[in-house]
Design a binder for this molecule. Structure first.
Ligand SMILES: [Zn+2]
Ligand SMILES: [Zn+2]
Length: 275
């Protein structure tokens, strides 16, 4: 398959998954949105377009392409092993997902990186479009990190293609509790990731996982439910609560501003009391 048709297949699949999840949210929403779609979706999708253009301009070969080249030339730790392809795909996928978990923790703990990542958290609602809302500089940084990991480990192309989970675990789709309980044994569910978008800092600093929920359980960052409950919890950050902050131009400048005077440096005790 040539690179162009590969891109179209991935794009088509991503759009189909987006539409399916958007339809699910519409038919069976998990919680009422506080701001709604009309004010958020143009910006959340606008930043996605900007991200995609920048990645195409700045990173000529996407991570999938690098993985394919690395495999062909026998680069990477997994390419030294004589394992069957299915085993390499599983190990490669888990290694990549663990690296994404570690990267996510770093983006919360290192103040300079948090300034980039907090734009994702500043969304006042969480739905399928939030899963696509990342600052361009964060996207470029994490793309470079992912390419490095892919080359280092030699993750087979198959393992890199699995990205749809971000849209799924951000969606506002209603799943019965029993189903959520089963699914979250293997995949991060919307209810699990929603805790990560709570305004309470100790909840924001939990459930970092993107695909499998096991890293959070293993490293003690797992939190089953939000304290206030899913319907009553507040989504977003103590900073950037003005609705004007949902505009595309404001999203882009958020890492460089601390307008509300409160940001990552607020001690947890104080921000808790403020709530
Ligand atoms: Zn986060
Ligand atoms: Zn998120």
């Amino acid at each position: 398959m040539d690179a162009n048709s590969e891109i179209f297949i991935r794009l088509g699949a991503a759009v189909a998954i987006f539409l399916a999840l958007a339809f699910w949210e519409l038919l069976a929403p998990r919680r009422a949105l506080s701001v709604g779609r009309a004010r958020r979706w143009p910006s959340n999708l606008g930043i996605l377009v900007l991200d995609a253009v920048l990645v195409r301009l700045l990173i000529p070969v996407a991570a999938v392409g690098v993985a394919v080249i690395a495999a062909q030339r026998g680069w990477g730790l997994l390419n030294i092993t004589p394992w069957p392809v299915w085993l390499e795909a599983i190990v490669g996928f888990l290694a990549l997902d663990l690296a994404i978990y570690a990267q996510h923790v770093a983006f919360h703990k290192i103040p300079l990186l948090w300034r980039l990542h907090r734009m994702h958290h500043a969304d006042l609602d969480i739905d399928v479009s939030t899963g696509l809302r990342f600052h361009p500089i964060e996207i470029i940084l994490s793309m470079v990190i992912k390419i490095a990991i892919v080359v280092l480990i030699g993750v087979p192309a198959l393992a890199v293609v699995i990205y749809a989970t971000s849209m799924f675990n951000h969606s506002n789709a209603l799943m019965p509790a029993w189903l959520d309980g089963i699914v979250r044994l293997v995949v991060v569910t919307p209810d699990m990731h929603r805790v990560h978008h709570s305004i309470k800092r100790h909840e924001t600093d939990s459930n970092f996982g993107f695909n499998v929920p096991w890293w959070d359980r293993l490293f003690g960052t797992y939190r089953a439910q939000p304290e206030a409950g899913h319907e009553n919890m507040t989504i977003g950050l103590p900073i950037f609560r003005d609705r004007r902050e949902l505009r595309l131009d404001r999203l882009i400048t958020q890492p460089f501003r601390n307008d509300a005077g409160e940001a990552a440096t607020v001690p947890p005790a104080r921000s808790e009391k403020a709530l």
